[in-house]
Write a protein that binds this ligand. Structure first.
Ligand code: PLP
Length: 292
């Protein structure tokens, strides 16, 4: 139960519905965001909300989709989705999608609708993932062309590939997929950016074929503040096999240690010291104990 913000109104959860001819349902074009609200000493705070809303508008700009609300209205909607559902913390999902006025690939004059929903969401990659880390399998699905040429968008249709990758990994008994780009370099997880650590230096793929993650950005800043060198560069699969430590970052996954890739243990196969330090600092930041 609860409410969902839908085109400017708070609608009961069960009544927040769309028509079966909703264009985005058929053709997959739409943009979305995911952010987390955390309980802090000063009340509930949406972590880096302006950056998430900016990315939503950037995604829409790339897709030439006009969001008929201002950034401020969407921000108010996100706050309302948390507050009106009585949540102290949780996940907030804004989504913009096309209406049901017309079918066909072009359909140039469709209306754009926006919803913002919020719900409780614990450990994204499964219970114990934050403490013990996750086991990965290299995906047989490369970051596909829409993602590779337009990976700045967080667009609904782009997630077919992520879904296939994650389902494949889980069906084979792993927790998450490691997705390569079309050239075979490491891109990211199905919904996370990836970092590896070797000899005290932290590496992460540049954003040519990965989403420009907001958590990634936070963790790069935290790592540099802690005195570590962070290098953005192309990373090969075997560099992950021989890393001392590795971890994922993402709004949903937060900072999740990676234990193994393709059955090769990373380091000792346990969360390493730099990963743990960055995870602690990340949680201190989102909880308002460290400046973010
Ligand atoms: N990569 C993909 C494909 C994602 O969907 C996400 C999730 O948002 C991320 C990376 C991590 O981005 P962020 O830290 O902004 O949540």
């Amino acid at each position: 139960d609860g409410v969902i913000w839908f085109d400017g109104e708070l609608v009961p959860w069960r009544e927040a519905k769309v028509h079966v001819l909703t264009h985005s349902l058929h053709y997959g074009m739409g943009v979305f965001e995911g952010m987390r609200a955390y309980k802090t000493a000063r009340g509930t705070a949406l972590f880096r909300m302006p950056e998430h809303i900016d990315r939503m508008f950037t995604s829409a700009h790339i897709l030439q989709m006009h969001i008929p609300f201002s950034r401020e209205q969407i921000a108010d909607a996100c706050v309302a989705a948390i507050r009106e559902n009585g949540l102290e913390g949780g996940y907030v999902r804004p989504l913009a999608f096309y209406g049901s006025e017309a079918m066909g690939v072009s359909a140039p004059n469709l209306t754009v609708h926006v919803i913002v929903a919020a719900w409780k969401w614990g450990e994204y990659l499964g219970e114990g993932a934050l403490e013990r880390g996750v086991r990965l399998r290299t995906s047989s699905y490369a970051r596909h062309h829409v993602n590779v040429t337009m990976c700045r968008t967080k667009a609904t249709g782009n997630y077919i590939n992520s879904m296939l990758a994650l389902r494949e990994a889980q069906a084979c008994g792993y927790d998450e997929a490691l997705v390569l780009d079309v050239d075979g370099f490491v891109a990211e997880g199905s919904g996370e950016n990836v970092f590896v650590i070797r000899k005290g230096v932290i590496y992460t793929p540049d954003i040519a074929s990965a989403l420009e993650g907001i958590t990634r950005d936070t963790v790069i800043t935290l790592a540099r503040e802690a005195g570590y060198e962070v290098r953005e560069k192309r990373i090969t699969r075997d560099e992950v096999y021989i890393a001392d430590e590795a971890f994922f970052t993402g709004t949903a996954a937060e900072v999740t240690p990676i234990r193994s890739l393709d059955d090769r243990l990373i380091g000792e196969g346990r969360p390493g010291p730099i990963t743990k330090l960055l995870q602690d600092r990340y949680f201190a930041t989102v909880n308002g104990e460290l400046d973010g």
